[in-house]
Design a protein around this ligand. Structure first.
Ligand SMILES: C[S@@+](CC[C@H](N)C(=O)[O-])C[C@H]1O[C@@H](n2cnc3c(N)ncnc32)[C@H](O)[C@@H]1O
Length: 385
């Protein structure tokens, strides 16, 4: 289409203006005929943007390699290194590293000093690329993207059939990558901001309460809550057995497994009642039956109990989400969230459902009150009672 329109533009110029500008590059869309004029400056700006993003897309694989091989971590001390020095530190091949470092320097992921021909990781680059527990850590997103790529062909086929792809059938990097992607945000906000933003919940948890974490994945949120509130007893539920195994190991490592259990269970049918707090962290929109899951929460809550629903940040209208965070989430949603819900013929709320759509789910389940308790650039924190 683009080649056609450019060719038509050229023809118009050759006709020395005999053709009207509006006739240039007609395209047919939705049965309507629209006139479009090519603006060379805008074309150049757009292609320039795409070239930049092509570089970023291809380099994402090299970021992943840098993470897997410990290349960033080996540079985290901020000491300038030559490719040979980095190869020595990491037990890797110098020729590969020369190319890798050049790519990283071209993208601004490492600094290059031409005078000494050395490469350095700045403190900021180290926080984002080499430090998993930093709030700026981005490696989880790159790890997830590798799993997105592995699902591409299967998802493309499903664009035709409308079938779904269950969460558990993705590449294992999705599970570990998701945990790494969300962990910094949970560590920074869950205990210090999100729990205090809920009505009367912090005091209950400090006194000792029962908590269920539904769709808990690797149990990072469950373990953070367990460590912050030593008088609470917690259970995490997830349908994905491998994630439940990882969650149990997490709890063991954190020394909280005497108060935290993990069970393979579905959000619509998990066992237990009398919970003071039920939480869904980035899981409700993935579900096959979000209203059924919400109804299960109502039954599971103790009188006066609270449902904390943490969902990706989104506005209610598409145009509010046309930004870098929305772009990332729509990509994840197309490849992971929507397919998971469609796998069970669910409504596929998508990762950018927004507060109004989530309110419908909550109200359909019979909750009397629903409000936005707080938010971050990545999360909506909603409270239902
Ligand atoms: C995006 S992950 C989030 C995991 C975790 N809560 C976190 O924030 O890291 C969504 C999780 O929901 C789980 N899930 C999806 N549908 C579920 C259901 N019906 N019942 C229980 N878990 C479910 C998936 O297995 C997956 O672990």
């Amino acid at each position: 289409m683009q080649t056609e329109t450019i060719e038509q533009t050229r023809r118009t110029e050759a006709n020395e203006g005999h053709e009207r500008a509006e006739d240039v590059g007609r395209i047919h869309g939705n049965g309507a005929r629209r006139a479009q004029e090519i603006d060379p400056a805008r074309l150049e700006a757009f292609v320039g943007k795409v070239v930049n993003e092509l570089g970023a897309t291809a380099s994402a694989l090299l970021v992943r390699i840098g993470d897997e091989l410990g290349l960033y971590r080996a540079m985290a001390d901020g000491e300038p290194v030559t490719p040979a020095e980095l190869a020595r530190r990491t037990g890797t091949n110098e020729r590969y590293l020369r190319e890798w470092l050049a790519n990283q320097a071209a993208g601004g992921y490492v600094e290059y000093d031409a005078g000494t021909a050395t490469f350095t990781l700045s403190p900021e680059q180290a926080l984002a690329l080499a430090t998993d527990d930093s709030p700026a850590s981005v490696q989880g997103a790159f790890q997830s993207i590798v799993a997105f790529a592995a699902a591409r062909e299967r998802i493309a086929r499903r664009f035709r059939t409308g079938e779904g792809l269950p969460w558990g059938e993705h590449d294992h990097n999705l599970f570990a990558g998701t945990e790494r992607f969300f962990r910094p945000g949970y560590a920074a906000h869950l205990v210090d901001e999100w729990i205090p933003a809920l009505d009367g919940v912090e005091e209950k948890l400090e006194r000792g309460a029962r908590i269920a974490d539904v769709g808990c994945g690797y149990g990072t949120s469950t373990v953070l809550l367990a460590k912050a509130y030593p008088r609470c007893r917690l259970v995490g539920y997830d349908t994905h057995p491998a994630s439940i195994d990882a969650a149990r190991e997490n709890a063991e490592r954190a020394g909280v497994s005497d108060r935290v259990r993990f069970e393979v269970a579905n959000a619509v049918s998990f066992p237990g009642t009398g919970f003071d707090l039920v939480a869904h962290f980035d899981s409700l929109h993935d579900m096959v039956d979000p209203v059924g899951a919400a109804r299960r929460v109502r039954k599971a809550l103790a009188p006066g109990g609270t449902w904390m629903l943490v969902e990706p940040y989104a506005g209610d209208r598409l145009e509010e989400n046309l930004n870098p965070v929305g772009r990332l989430y729509y990509a994840a949603s197309t490849l992971v969230c929507v397919p998971n819900s469609l796998a069970g013929h669910g409504p596929a709320l998508g990762a950018q459902a927004g507060e109004a759509r989530l309110r419908e789910v909550v109200e359909q389940a019979g909750f009397g009150s629903f409000r936005r308790a707080t938010q971050t650039p990545f999360n909506l924190v909603l409270e239902a009672r």
